[in-house]
Design a binder for this molecule. Sequence first.
Ligand SMILES: [Zn+2]
Length: 346
Amino acid sequence: MPELPEVQTIVNDLNKKIKGDTIVGFWSGWKKAVKNISVKKFGEEIQGRKILGVRRVGKNIFIDLSYNKTIYIHLKMTGHLLVKFQNPKSKFQIKPKPQIINQKSKEEKSPLILSGHPTGQAFLKKGENGNYFDERVNQYVRHIFYLNQKSKIKNQNDNVKLKINSKFRIQNFNKTLEFSDLRKFGKIVLADTDKLESLKEIKSLGIDALSRKFTLKRFKEILKKRQNSLIGIILMNQNLIAGIGNIYRSEILFDAKILPTRKAASLKPAEIKSLYGSIKKILKKAVKMRGTSDSDYRDTAGAPGGFHKILKVYRREKQKCKKCDTMIKRIKLGQRSVYYCPNCQK
Ligand SMILES: [Zn+2]
């Protein structure tokens, strides 16, 4: 599952690539992912709104739109977002060759065939352009936002929702934001920007692990509340600290030389300080390396992150510790595997 560094990479990319664009259409091939309202209503609501910016809290992505709406996206297990440029002058141009696909029999077999796709096209054929979008992992496109770059639409005002008819949206997009999601657990919610905080999933979130407000003092307070809990469990609890998942809890605990099975109460002040430092250090390094692509995660160009190349313990069971040659162990903690070195970590 994408964690804080992967989601931050996506957010940074989106701010570079789609900020200022106007949404001119929406297509979904997996309607269950759009929560609370119908896909049709969702499409009507977002159409004509400008993208003011993209941000995140924990693993949650917020795409803020004009006229007080925010698209809230959770990528869950296998979701990632791809931005494809249709403008031949763009530096991100991928020269897609649109292909008309109408064979119904193929629709169930291949995710490349976009069933019900408004233009009847899939933009890329596997192996066609030698870019990352060709990769299988990027071809489970379930939803598409059709975008138009700022310059193409006149009289744009952040507080005015443009009226766009259906003919316009198909003819006038020059970019797409595509949600690829193999397992289909990802979700999309439309919320009022000023009421976002009151959404139950957001309200219950703990402090963001890279937020400036997440200080050593705050970390100590969190641990004090959970004295009898295991540190490996605490780090993953999104209601306490938001952003850390399965990959980074293992890496953080290895960096801090602390066993995941230690109770919070057993941690000495020096260990708490070291652990706090490791949380910030590992997450920042992973953001810098554009995340970990141990399975489905990809950035908005469809490219893998670089952090998996330097993983010390995660998914390295029965391999030698890079520091001391002891075999890395794996145990289940909070229903998920945690990896550690029984010699380096105490
Ligand atoms: Zn070791």
